[in-house]
Design a protein around this ligand. Structure first.
Ligand code: GCB
Length: 600
């Protein structure tokens, strides 16, 4: 049990805290940035929350007390006198003494705010890894679990004119029953790793919407607009001025207004034509703008159709690891570097592994015409037999989809990566797939599966495949088994008439280390794996896409080999310092010549 659970058990503010929400299209809302310096107190013994008998301490750090000058009050902490770190940013990369720290840590800052009459205010958190509690002016605004999804806390009732005091408790203790669980092959960067802001909305406002092109005719934009706090019968409009289109509707008792907008002559979004329209949504006093592309994606037999035409996905996996500086991707510059490399690779697709990334990634993909596989960190051996864990995964999927269903680039929701083939796992993930299909029926559901082998035959028959639209599979022949040359003898047996994406393959190389193509860790060895893998994978007729592992080297505590790994997984095509390895050129060339996968 974590300290947070302990505190919850002891009833910290019972009933006072409320759950977070996710505001669709939050990045087009009026906002006050709270990025910048925040005071921090690392609190491994949770002194800021619990007293010596583990009862909630009513004078916890969330009160942000200051002993008045000259007073004799006992206050055993001071945010004011504590060091600061930057938000957004994990704590590990910013202070040497926090490099390996995993546990609770408090953030504090003050800000001025002028509430607007008739408006609501939300504390927006781009990501807080892993559990967090948001306090404003000493009151609990909301709590949240999940380190990579974006969320918003309604602070309308507690924000005040003038100076406000925000205190945020973030605990990145890895949890057996968390998502992800205790073990991952990535670094557990703790803290407020993405933007933090205050978002202002009208009292009744558009909090969620789904507007997509219908698959059957590609000439109607259908979906809904949801208005939070609306009275039934509130008028809603959706317009696309450039295409001279407008639809109106009214909300029902739940605040939902169905949209059906005939839209015959839209220029359809696709790689090569990343056309975005300005879309204006109105409801009562609220106006929200978005930049949206319109396209369809579907499966026909073993093909993937984009706007009705078969497509081959030339992709690459990306972790949210910031190039050159480490830590998490959270700036426009990070995103520009990563997508610059993706373009250079001649790719049209990315797998954003293994968790939801900063929204800047999907926004950039929308603009650049790059298709996206988006994933939740149901990774390896999460506790599939625990209903509470299923509910956590469902919540993360809900948050991820609510945030990104307005992005044309996102075509695949991935519900898991490399999970053990057990009955409990299959039941859990079949439910996840069903949930995603009902929550967003316009996109495709996938997962990265493991492959089994019998001699030189590789078999993809994991039962979970039945629940998926597109089957992802990871294979590491030449690295974790056999030799690169052994791939020449491999044949494939696929149990499903469905599209396949090879969601990972590769091997490690230290940038600048050269030698024979048979010598592990050299650039030549990694390139050799790519050469043989491309030839082998092309023998799978229904291979519709590829996302080799991985664009850039990334930090991982399970990669210890001194002089080579030094705490990094070196399977990047590019080092964390931007050096391209030989394998980059191999894949770049394959993608240029259309030489990996088949559209039909
Ligand atoms: C995998 C995992 C990925 C690892 C990679 C590796 O199969 O999905 O997260 O980093 O292998 O390098 O072993």
């Amino acid at each position: 049990m974590s300290a947070q659970d302990e505190a919850r058990g002891k009833g910290l503010d019972p009933g006072a805290g409320h759950p977070s929400t996710v505001l669709a299209d939050f990045d087009h809302r009026q906002s006050l940035s709270l990025n910048g310096d925040w005071h921090i107190i690392a609190d491994p013994y949770v002194a800021g929350l619990l007293d010596f008998h583990m009862h909630v301490n009513p004078n916890g750090y969330f009160n942000d007390q200051v002993a008045a000058p000259g007073s004799n009050a006992l206050v055993e902490y001071s945010f004011e006198k504590s060091p600061t770190i930057k938000v957004p940013g994990d704590w590990n990369s910013q202070k040497e003494w926090l490099r390996m720290y995993e546990g609770p840590l408090w953030y504090e800052r003050k800000f001025d705010y002028t509430p607007q009459p008739g408006h609501r205010a939300f504390l927006h958190i781009g990501a807080a890894n892993y559990k967090s509690r948001m306090f404003l002016n000493g009151k609990l605004a909301c709590d949240h679990e999940g380190g990579f999804t974006t969320f918003d806390c309604d602070v309308t009732g507690i924000i005040k004119p003038g100076s406000n005091d925000a205190v945020i408790y973030v605990d990145d203790t890895r949890m057996a029953d968390g998502i992800p669980t205790l073990k991952t092959d990535w670094y557990n960067y703790g803290g407020l790793t993405r933007d933090v802001s205050i978002i202002t909305t009208p009292q009744a406002f558009i909090d969620d919407f789904d507007l997509h092109l219908d698959r059957a005719t590609r000439s109607v934009i259908e979906g809904y607009v949801h208005v939070e706090g609306a009275q039934a019968g509130t008028r809603v409009s959706v317009s696309i001025p450039e295409a001279r289109l407008t639809a109106t509707a009214t909300t029902d008792a739940t605040g939902k207004a169905p949209i059906n907008l005939p839209a015959k002559n839209l220029s359809l979004w696709a790689p090569g034509n990343p056309k975005l329209y300005k879309v204006t949504l109105k409801a009562g006093n609220d106006t929200l703008e978005d930049d949206m592309g319109f396209r369809t994606v579907e499966v026909q037999g073993s093909k993937i159709l984009l706007n009705g035409k078969p497509i081959v996905l030339h992709g690459i996996c990306i972790h949210a690891e910031a190039p050159y500086r480490g830590g998490r991707v959270n700036t426009d510059a990070d995103v520009a570097t990563l997508f610059g490399w993706v373009k250079d690779l001649n790719a049209n697709f990315v797998r954003l592994a293994h968790y939801p990334h900063d929204v800047r990634m999907e926004r950039a993909a929308d603009k650049l015409g790059i298709l996206v596989w988006s994933e939740v960190p149901v990774y390896w051996a999460v506790h599939f037999d625990d209903e509470a864990v299923f509910q956590k995964s469902k919540k993360q999927l809900t948050e991820e989809i609510t945030r990104d269903r307005d992005k044309a680039s996102v075509i695949l929701w991935s519900i898991a990566n490399e999970t053990p083939n057990t009955e409990a796992r299959t039941a859990f993930l079949t439910r996840s797939a069903e949930f995603v299909k009902s929550f967003d029926p316009t996109r495709l559901v996938t997962a990265a599966l493991l492959v089994r082998g019998e001699g030189n035959t590789k078999i993809i028959d994991d039962k979970l495949g039945s629940a998926l639209d597109v089957i992802g599979f990871n294979e590491y022949i030449g690295w974790y088994e056999k030799t690169p040359e052994a791939m020449d003898q491999i044949t494939w047996k696929i149990a499903f008439d469905k599209p396949l994406i090879v969601s990972e393959f590769g091997g490690e190389a230290k940038a600048g280390l050269h030698g024979s193509e048979h010598e592990r860790w050299t650039e030549e060895y990694e390139a050799n794996i790519y050469n043989h893998a491309i030839a082998m994978l092309n023998r799978i007729p229904q291979l519709r896409g590829s996302t080799p592992w991985i664009l850039m080297d990334f930090r991982s505590p399970v990669r210890q080999l001194p002089g080579i790994q030094d705490g990094y997984n070196r399977k990047g095509l590019i080092s964390d310092q931007g050096e391209k390895k030989l394998a980059f050129g191999v894949l770049q060339n394959a993608y240029k010549t259309g030489g990996l996968g088949h559209a039909d």
